[in-house]
Write a protein that binds this ligand. Structure first.
Ligand SMILES: C[S@@+](CC[C@H](N)C(=O)[O-])C[C@H]1O[C@@H](n2cnc3c(N)ncnc32)[C@H](O)[C@@H]1O
Length: 283
């Protein structure tokens, strides 16, 4: 492997197209022309680290890697993982005031005690933990229910962080103090300046690597609701449409799909009933 990569090595249009096609094929993430600089900087770090003399050489290395470890690193570098606790708070209000009471009422009527929730594109865990705190706070007698949150992402890096449940204090500082006290342990000594999610909340969540582009969603139980927020924004409309159809199939009747506030299903054919902006329900 050559060691002569210099800062002057540029990403040609042809190389950008090769990476764009590869990323799209593997993740559904659609990189338009304006993302060339992002690809150049984020992959440039991997090119330098691996000692490749060009982006093209790195591309072929990734393509020929049978272990798939390299494509995982490439997608880790490309994906945007921005998130925060209780992001887009109106969704948590809707969860508290509408979704939870409806789940409790309908499941009580049938005697079904299983509640399945999916945080699809969970990033470093702030979203599924916020769901766990909300369910624990607002679902009466939660201990008598079997509530499980599946939290999935493509990126192995963010999933490692999510599983640890350990956050620097600037990530939790906007959180209501009562939630912080109730669901986090403040780090001391070597861990000072950090907060760790308490095991009761952590135990509700299974973190798994899962690619939303997988043709089949292999879940045994249907979900009461799915949060897939700020993920589809990276996909083109045909990809969104296929994904939305798969979500529809894995939701319980009357189950909810919540998408990010900057997203919409306009231009996407689907069977969901529109409830209000960013909130859809299986009919
Ligand atoms: C901006 S974050 C959103 C995190 C969280 N849902 C929120 O709204 O705060 C988008 C996440 O989607 C994940 N993602 C992108 N493409 C994916 C795919 N094909 N399968 C699974 N996750 C994907 C990224 O790795 C990233 O962590």
């Amino acid at each position: 492997m050559a060691m002569s990569f210099s800062a002057s090595v540029d990403l040609s249009d042809k190389e950008f197209e090769m990476f764009r096609d590869l990323v799209f094929k593997k993740s559904g993430i659609s990189l338009h022309e304006g993302k060339k600089e992002l690809v150049r900087t984020r992959l440039g770090a991997l090119v330098r680290k691996g000692g490749f003399k060009s982006y093209k050489e790195y591309y072929h290395f990734v393509e020929n890697d049978k272990t798939e470890m390299e494509i995982v690193s490439l997608l880790d570098a490309i994906s945007t993982n921005l998130t925060s606790f209780f992001r887009e708070p109106s969704h948590f209000t809707f969860l508290t005031e509408t979704i939870i009471p409806q789940i409790v009422e309908s499941k009580r009527a049938t005697g079904d005690k299983d509640v399945r929730v999916w945080s699809a594109g969970c990033s470093s865990g702030e979203e599924p933990y916020s769901l766990a705190f909300t369910l624990m706070d607002h679902m009466e007698t939660i201990q008598t229910w079997n509530v499980k949150i599946l939290a999935t992402d493509l990126s192995t890096q963010v999933l490692e962080m999510a599983k640890k449940g350990l956050y620097k204090d600037d990530r939790v500082k906007a959180m209501p103090q009562n939630i912080l006290r109730k669901y986090f342990q403040k780090g001391v000594k070597d861990n000072s300046g950090t907060y760790r999610v308490r095991p009761e909340a952590q135990q509700m969540i299974s973190f798994k690597r899962f690619n939303l582009m997988d043709p089949t969603f292999p879940f045994h139980k249907k979900f009461s609701f799915i949060f897939c927020r700020n993920v589809m924004i990276y996909f083109d409309k045909p990809t969104q449409q296929k994904l939305i159809a798969k979500y529809y199939n894995v939701l319980e009747p009357n189950g909810y799909l919540l998408i990010g506030h900057s997203e919409s299903l306009t231009g996407v054919k689907h069977q969901f009933k529109y409830i209000k902006p960013t909130i859809y329900r299986k009919s």
